[in-house]
Design a protein around this ligand. Structure first.
Ligand code: HEM
Length: 304
């Protein structure tokens, strides 16, 4: 066969394959194309189909041969930490991505921060969750380990995650510490999320506590000793009631003076109509100051 005949057959075969391959999404597997065209799965056909396939380099390739990029069902990218490195916005990189707690975001929109030379370029192409909280932007600090961080830090990380979810496009997951080969959360991630939820709940209770039991005003003088008292702004909490001073005893915390609303429904059931009209005064962890009238807005105390 002459070379022009081979070229003609090659072009013809390619045209058939192109027509079939792009005819419908449901035909986009090599097996289907081969069945329809009646071709055998030889090297030539494989190569031709690989050539025709949409570029998958953008979707990452598995270094471990685990087909990472295809294994998640909702079409998200699955990259190993090594693969993520090639998305650092550098001259030969495949894009500008960063990860936080294993979730990968396309941060092209914020390229001025993340591209090489940008103020936060060190975040690109990796998961440096820890540094978002510690502010340690050295190589040793730019890591994904958060195992020893306290609850306030975990809340901080969740805030950053929310920030990225709001500002940037979530494109995939890093396979390893926080997501498995199928893009499912690892046990470690689940336990961190649980810790985050507990931290958030505690914070909510603490914040709420401040509204329900605002701190007292206090003063000390050599002549008169200590005095605590309540006002509509004590503890920096603006409110329409004054309250009476009580000592709040929460396990694991130092006792402190709080102002307690002593009329109306309790805060825990503020809509109730059938109540003792004592406000929160019956809360079990409160103690009266000795020698102070239960209804007094001000008490002298024997210790600050
Ligand atoms: C733990 C410490 C810090 C971390 C992890 C951090 C992280 C970041 C990140 C990731 C961005 C880019 C946000 C985006 O994608 O739009 C950013 C922006 C910025 N940060 Fe920080 N930052 C830190 C501390 C600081 C400090 C101390 C300052 C100022 C003294 C600062 C000033 C700024 C400014 C001015 C921007 C740019 C805002 C804009 O152009 O929209 N950051 N920071």
């Amino acid at each position: 066969m002459g070379s022009s005949a081979v070229t003609a057959i090659t072009i013809g075969l390619c045209l058939v394959l192109v027509a079939v391959y792009f005819a419908s999404d449901s035909y986009r597997t090599m097996q289907n194309v081969l069945i329809i065209t009646g071709l055998s799965e030889n090297f030539y056909v494989k190569s031709a189909l690989n050539f025709l396939k949409p570029d998958q380099t953008d979707q990452g390739s598995s270094t471990a041969g685990n087909n990472l990029n295809k294994s998640e069902k909702n079409n998200q990218l699955l990259l190993s930490p090594e693969e993520l490195k090639s998305y650092d916005g550098g001259p030969d990189s495949k894009g500008l991505y960063l990860a936080i707690l294993g979730e990968i975001f396309d941060v092209e929109k914020g390229a001025q921060h993340y591209r090489p030379g940008g103020g936060y370029a060190f975040f690109a192409g990796r998961d440096a969750t820890r540094a978002y909280i510690t502010g340690d932007f050295s190589e040793a600090g730019l890591i994904d380990d958060v195992s020893d961080l306290d609850s306030a830090s975990l809340i901080g990380i969740e805030d950053w995650l929310s920030f990225y979810k709001e500002e940037y496009k979530l494109v995939g997951k890093v396979v390893g510490k926080y997501y498995d080969l199928n893009g499912k959360p690892t046990e470690l991630l689940s336990s961190i999320r649980e810790k985050m939820n507990i931290a958030k709940e505690n914070k909510w209770i603490k914040d709420k506590n401040k509204d329900i039991f605002p701190p007292c005003n206090s003063e000390w003088s050599k002549e008169r000793g200590s005095k605590v008292w309540c006002s509509k702004k004590s503890g920096g909490v603006d409110r329409d009631w004054v309250g009476v001073p009580r000592e709040l005893h929460i396990q694991g915390q130092d006792p402190r003076c709080v102002c307690v609303k002593n009329y109306g429904p309790p805060s825990t059931d503020s809509d109730s109509t059938q109540n003792s009209n004592n406000g929160d005064i019956d809360y079990p962890l409160l103690k009266e100051y000795p020698g102070c009238l239960p209804t007094s807005e001000s008490c002298a105390v024997s210790h600050p």
